[in-house]
Design a protein around this ligand. Structure first.
Ligand SMILES: N[C@@H](CCC(=O)N[C@@H](CS)C(=O)NCC(=O)O)C(=O)O
Length: 238
């Protein structure tokens, strides 16, 4: 399936819930369940998972957990994720936390080798950018984001320093996009673009002194073609 610049159209993919007739030929086939996603939609990490599911056309059942909703400190939640953080994915007997891992799991579950390539080098590049998002990029933006969007009292010089580091990381991304001419890990849209795309949207939606980054601007426009972009990325939340 081509995840290039045209997306899948409004309907996404065929629903994955399969009802099999009780015939001997079907006895050994697994039935796919509808995965549960535990987490509030205001969380960028929950939106990563929801957007990936939308791109893959996987129906999921989301439940509001986390700040402002059911507490992640409830024993039922802690049994699933002792970190007390959203998102959590429950897919039959499989329980997962860490949003980037969940996104990769969903792509692998559907055997989607464009979203998550199987060739070692191609796959490693996707994982490299996802790890970069979860470490280098997240670390850079955290103080500025918490101060400017969540009202966390923060000394002005800490916010300025975070803003500058955030812009530097985004410049690095702009240079990478200029090299690939398309998406983060190469020409094709992959699951790395889910997590980096949401990050670019957050950068743009935060009132800082933005660098002029034309490749990032063009990239965000390209991502609009993906199913679920309006609902899970450009939905009024940073
Ligand atoms: N590394 C984790 C981070 C998860 C995380 O920080 N989740 C935040 C929301 S973005 C959270 O659960 N906050 C507490 C809450 O909402 O109760 C991931 O990527 O899944």
């Amino acid at each position: 399936m081509d995840h290039g610049s045209i997306g899948h159209g409004a309907g996404g993919r065929t629903a994955q819930t399969v009802t099999l007739q009780p015939s001997p030929a079907n006895w050994i086939l697994p039935t796919m369940t509808i995965p549960r996603v535990l987490g509030r939609l205001s969380s960028i990490n929950v939106r990563k998972v929801m957007w990936t599911a939308a791109i893959l056309g996987i129906p999921v059942q989301r439940e509001d957990w986390g700040a402002g909703y059911r507490s992640t400190r409830e024993p039922d939640f802690l049994r699933l994720n002792p970190n007390a953080l959203v998102p959590v994915l429950v897919d039959d007997q499989t329980v997962l936390w860490e949003s980037n891992t969940i996104c990769r799991y969903l792509a692998a579950r559907q055997a989607d080798t464009q979203l998550l390539p199987s060739a070692p080098r191609d796959r490693a590049l996707v994982e490299q950018w996802m790890d970069w998002q979860a470490t280098e990029l997240n670390d850079a933006w955290r103080p500025a984001f918490l101060a400017l969007h969540r009202g966390v009292p923060t000394p002005a010089e800490v916010v300025r320093e975070s803003e500058s580091r955030w812009n530097q990381k985004m410049r690095m991304l702009d240079e990478q996009l200029a090299r690939t001419g398309g998406h983060v890990a190469g020409e094709q849209f992959t699951v790395a673009d889910v997590v980096i795309g949401l990050s670019c949207h957050r950068w743009k939606a935060t009132p800082i002194d933005h660098l002029d980054l034309p490749e990032v601007a063009a990239y965000l426009l390209r991502l609009k073609a993906q199913p679920g972009y309006a609902e899970f990325v450009d939905n009024g939340m940073p």
